[in-house]
Design a binder for this molecule. Structure first.
Ligand SMILES: Cc1ncc(COP(=O)(O)O)c(C=O)c1O
Length: 371
C-alpha cells in the first residue's frame, strides 16, 4: 500500500497579505460607511500613479478596464488587432462595442504579436497588446513604439503582469491595464487599474466608470449602462498586494530558480530560446516541444499537480467569433497552444513542491518518449 501523503500542488495561490492590517482596514472601512469611491480607491490610484509617474484610475475588473479604454479611444467601426490566442472575451467585447477584431499571429518565444503586426496596423487601428501571462517579449517595446509612430493606438493588457519597472511594460503604449482578480499575481477579490499616457483619457475613464451622478454626461448624449468602479474592499486588498509586489516578485523569482535547477537543467528546451525568466511573470509556462499538454496533464493530475493551458484554441475558432477569422490563417498556432503548459507557480510554492512537479513532469515526458 502506498502510504505516502498525497500532496496537492495548486496552480496558483494568492500571495498572503498581513492579516491584522487587513482586518483593521476592513473595520475602519465599515465604520466609515463609504463602501465605494472613497479613500481606499484614491489611495490605490495614487500609489500606482506615483510608481509609473502617470495618471492611474482604479476600476472594477480587467474587462471593465478594457471596455472603458475602448470607449475612451473610440472603437466603433475601427479595426482592433488582437493576438490570435487571446482570452476570447476580449474580441467578443470589441464586437459588442461595434469594432472589428482582427487576429494577429503570435511569436512562439514571447507569445506576443509578431513584429509583422506593423504591416497590418493602419493609422486608425487600435491594438490590444497582451503581455501574455506577464511575459514581456523581447521585441515588445520596439514594436509598440513603432506601432504608435505609425499612428496606431496601443493598449497594453498587463492583466497577468507583475510590474517591477516604472519604465517597463505598461508604459510603452497609450494606456495599460493591470488586474487584481484572484488568479492574477496581485490577487485581490477583483478590481483593476488603468494607467494612461494622457490626463484626458484618465479623466474620461474616471467620469465614465460610475453610473450615478452622471446626469451631465447623459445630457450630452452619453450612455452609461453600469457601474465599473471598484468596491472599497477590493481597493483595500489590491493596495495590500500592490505594496508587497516586490516581495511577491522575489518569491516568484525563487520559484523560477528552483525550476531552472530541477527541470531546465535536465530539459533546457522546455523554455524556448528568447523566453528568459522575468520578474513580471504571473504564470510559469513551458513549451513541451514535440509533446502536447493533453498527454502529460493526466499524469501530473494523478500526483495532485494542477496545471492549465492558458489558451486552448485560437479565439476565431469559437463559433461566436468565427466571422472574424483571418483570411491569412495561422496554421502553426494550434500546435503552439497544444504544447504550451502552465505549471504550478505561486509565492508559497516550496522547493520540495517544485522538485515534485519537475520529477513528475520529467517522468511523464520520458514515458511518452518510450511509448
Ligand atoms: C489577457 C487578459 N486580459 C483581461 C482579463 C480580464 O481580467 P479580469 O478577470 O480582471 O476581468 C483577463 C482574464 O483572465 C485576461 O486573461
Amino acid at each position: 500500500m502506498n502510504d505516502l501523503p498525497h500532496r496537492e500542488v495548486p496552480l496558483w495561490k494568492p500571495p498572503r497579505i498581513d492579516r491584522a492590517a487587513a482586518l483593521d482596514g476592513f473595520a475602519t472601512l465599515l465604520d466609515s460607511g463609504r463602501l465605494r469611491a472613497g479613500y481606499r480607491t484614491a489611495e490605490l490610484e495614487s500609489q500606482i500613479g506615483e510608481f509609473f509617474d502617470r495618471p492611474a484610475v482604479a476600476v472594477g475588473s480587467g474587462m471593465d478596464a478594457l471596455e472603458l479604454l475602448l470607449e475612451a479611444f473610440g472603437v466603433r467601426d475601427r479595426r482592433v488587432l488582437i493576438p490570435a490566442h487571446a482570452f476570447q472575451a476580449i474580441p467578443a467585447l470589441v464586437v459588442r462595442l461595434g469594432g472589428h477584431p482582427v487576429p494577429v499571429p503570435i511569436d512562439p518565444a514571447g507569445l506576443a504579436p509578431q513584429p509583422g503586426i506593423l504591416e497590418r496596423a493602419g493609422r486608425r487601428a487600435l491594438v490590444i497588446w497582451i503581455h501574455h501571462t506577464g511575459i514581456a517579449a523581447r521585441h515588445a517595446r520596439a514594436t509598440i513604439e513603432a506601432l504608435r509612430a505609425r499612428g496606431a493606438t496601443v493598449i497594453e493588457d498587463g492583466a497577468y503582469l507583475l510590474p517591477t519597472d516604472p519604465d517597463g511594460p505598461g508604459t510603452w503604449g497609450d494606456a495599460a491595464l493591470l488586474s487584481f482578480a484572484p488568479t492574477k499575481p496581485m490577487s485581490a477579490t477583483g478590481g483593476a487599474a488603468v494607467i494612461t499616457r494622457t490626463q484626458e483619457i484618465a479623466d474620461l475613464i474616471w467620469v465614465r466608470r460610475t453610473h450615478s451622478g452622471v446626469e451631465g454626461r447623459w445630457a450630452e448624449g452619453d450612455v452609461l449602462l453600469r457601474n465599473r468602479s471598484p468596491a472599497e474592499t477590493d481597493a483595500l486588498l489590491a493596495t495590500a498586494q500592490w505594496q508587497q509586489r516586490d516581495r511577491t516578485a522575489q518569491r516568484l523569482q525563487d520559484v523560477q530558480h528552483a525550476y531552472t535547477e530541477a527541470l531546465l537543467k535536465h530539459r533546457p528546451e522546455l523554455l524556448p530560446d528568447g523566453r528568459d525568466p522575468q520578474p513580471t511573470w504571473g504564470r510559469y509556462l513551458v513549451d513541451l516541444g514535440d509533446r502536447i499538454s493533453a498527454q502529460v496533464r493526466p499524469a501530473l493530475s494523478a500526483h495532485g499537480i494542477a496545471t492549465s493551458v492558458t489558451a486552448a484554441r485560437p479565439w476565431a475558432d469559437y463559433p461566436a467569433l468565427a466571422p472574424y477569422r483571418s483570411l491569412r490563417e495561422t496554421p502553426d498556432l494550434q500546435p503552439l497552444l497544444d504544447r504550451t503548459l502552465a505549471l504550478p507557480y505561486h509565492p508559497a510554492l516550496s522547493p520540495e513542491d517544485v522538485q515534485h512537479v519537475a520529477e513528475r513532469l520529467l517522468e511523464a515526458l520520458d514515458h511518452q518518449e518510450k511509448s
